[in-house]
Ligand binder design. Sequence first.
Ligand code: 13P
Ligand code: SF4
Length: 301
Amino acid sequence: WLSHEADVAAILELKRCRNAVILAHNYQTPEIFHGVADIVGDSLALARKAAEVDADIILVAGVHFMAETAKLLNPEKTVLISDLNAGCSLAESITPEDIALLRQAHPGVPVVTYVNTSAAVKAASDICCTSGNAKQVVESLGAPKVLMIPDEYLAQNVARETGVEVISWHGHCEVHELFSAQDVRDLREVHPGITILAHPECPPQVVAEADFAGSTAFMTDFVRERKPSRIVLLTECSMSDNIAVNLPDVEFVRPCNLCPHMKRITLAGIREALQWNRHEVTVDPEIAVAARRAVERMLAI
Ligand code: 13P
Ligand code: SF4
């Protein structure tokens, strides 16, 4: 922690001088999550809170699509991300042209787009969703069939939960696709009685064998409320690290997988970003209008 002290102090001072707030995703490292963030949460909470921020600058400690969403909801504010290359395998997997082809192949079928996508892909969609509200978003449409892109596993998991016919895409999260049903069985064998939570970006066989599945906010609430004696969170590694700080009586068992994109964000990078006003995230105004509509439709649910 001592090695972080100078950066933390500098960031706190920069935030004050520049009237900036830091929105941090649950997968950020503890020194960011606990040391400098003003608002923490899952993708849904960050989008909701971004819409309410009262500051001149929003620095997003997360990946690029999260910063874009914050910009969509705050067109007049400066939105910064400390590393423009903090991407996402899901966002990389699909383009607006792919959506146009899907619409041609499935005329009249509504397009539900996971927030882990570019603003241009959101703009080509009818409504967005996150892992925290995907079921409600799909059910809100009242349609027998939906296109749900780009996460194939999230789509399959939601199809099972809702009974709605879901046409998916072949995108995967490079962190969650690594978990297998065999991992779940091995964990139960080695740690009898362990509670197993899976993120819905995990393959459906993993979700089926886990005890519960939900977004990173669901995981946080679950552990804080139920305080299980031993738990494994099948998700990104910082998730357990961040919750464990305040729960010394809960044993967090790993495996976990690191997201290389989330890990591009560092305290030193945040400090420089606030100091030099970089890197500003912008969205083409024409794309922004349609993308904002899809995000706001989601937030209204
Ligand atoms: P949530 O925090 O919305 O569950 O999403 C997880 C994720 O992978 C974000 O990149
Ligand atoms: Fe994308 Fe997966 Fe990393 Fe989240 S954890 S940013 S979904 S690659």
